[in-house]
Design a protein around this ligand. Structure first.
Ligand code: SAH
Length: 257
């Protein structure tokens, strides 16, 4: 167990499992409909400790996991959900030091997960406000130091790729097939491309753009996750589930530059 300090992220959970993410700052207060607390009340509290609000209600305080932060952090664009992020990390085979081109970066949810797996990311993002949001989310999770491995440029990737030597290209944008003609000399032979697309027609169009002589081991899949309710004799799937998010397409690039 480690105690909280200023600058730390803390996840507060109430008795109804409502969750709130805060960054501890001197002099700040956290307010909800059921009372408030001062951030200083959490300093020196242990991870997993309970804290009392002004109303007398108690909240559990834990250090958030990466998934907790991704789900709670401020968003510009819609994020990729943790269930898909986990599979994208494996499909793109992200490891420490791997050179990744990511486009667009959106809110930085996928960026955070790839950075944590050790990637060096060049991001191309169309919108400056989203690029700033993503950088803020990255800094809030890791600290400023992470910006040495995270360089975001404001750029329309459909116009071309000006950097070279990428081992992975990871795409989350509406028309990934428009990126394929620009991969020459930017994605190294043996590299991997992964595209995340909400609709199957996008996945199909992307697959059609991947010539089988240049892109091998092509696969498209979706990830279904069904939670189970387990309480006494009531053991059954949850009534509600996220029925659809997106499709993940992966392929290996074998064209010599
Ligand atoms: N994967 C991100 C979400 C990306 S949302 C996350 O997990 O947070 C899609 C992003 O692609 C948006 O930010 C959008 O501005 C950007 N985008 C769309 N078309 C683009 C293009 N042609 N070039 C660069 N970025 C683009």
């Amino acid at each position: 167990m480690s105690a909280f300090d200023y600058g730390d992220l803390v996840l507060l959970i109430d008795s109804k499992d409502r969750r709130y993410l805060i960054t501890l700052s001197p002099g700040e207060e956290f307010h909800t409909h059921s009372g408030y607390l001062s951030h200083s009340d959490l300093v020196e509290l242990n991870d997993g400790g309970y804290v009392k609000l002004s109303s007398g209600k108690t909240y559990l305080a834990v250090r958030p996991t990466m998934s907790d932060v991704i789900l709670k952090m401020p968003r510009g664009a819609q994020i990729i959900y943790p269930k898909d992020i986990g599979h994208i990390l494996l499909a793109a085979d992200i490891y420490p030091g791997v050179k990744v081109l990511e486009s667009g970066v959106g809110s930085g949810a996928l960026s955070i997960a790839m950075l944590r797996a050790g990637a060096e990311i060049t991001g191309y993002e169309l919108r400056e406000d989203f690029a700033n949001r993503a950088e803020k989310n990255v800094v809030n999770f890791f600290g400023d130091e992470m910006l040495t491995r995270y360089k975001v440029t404001i750029k329309d990737i459909y116009d071309g790729i000006s950097d070279q030597g990428f081992e992975r290209v990871v795409l989350d944008l509406p028309e990934p097939w428009k990126v394929v003609p620009h991969l020459d000399s930017s994605l190294i032979p043996g590299g991997i491309i992964v595209a995340y697309t909400p609709s199957i027609t996008q996945a199909t169009k992307f697959r059609e753009s991947l010539k089988s002589s240049e892109f091998v081991m092509q696969e498209t899949f979706e990830v279904s996750r069904r939670g189970w309710h387990i309480e006494g004799l009531a053991v059954r799937p949850e009534h509600r589930m996220v029925g659809h998010t997106g499709f993940i397409t992966q392929a290996r690039y074998i064209k010599e530059a």
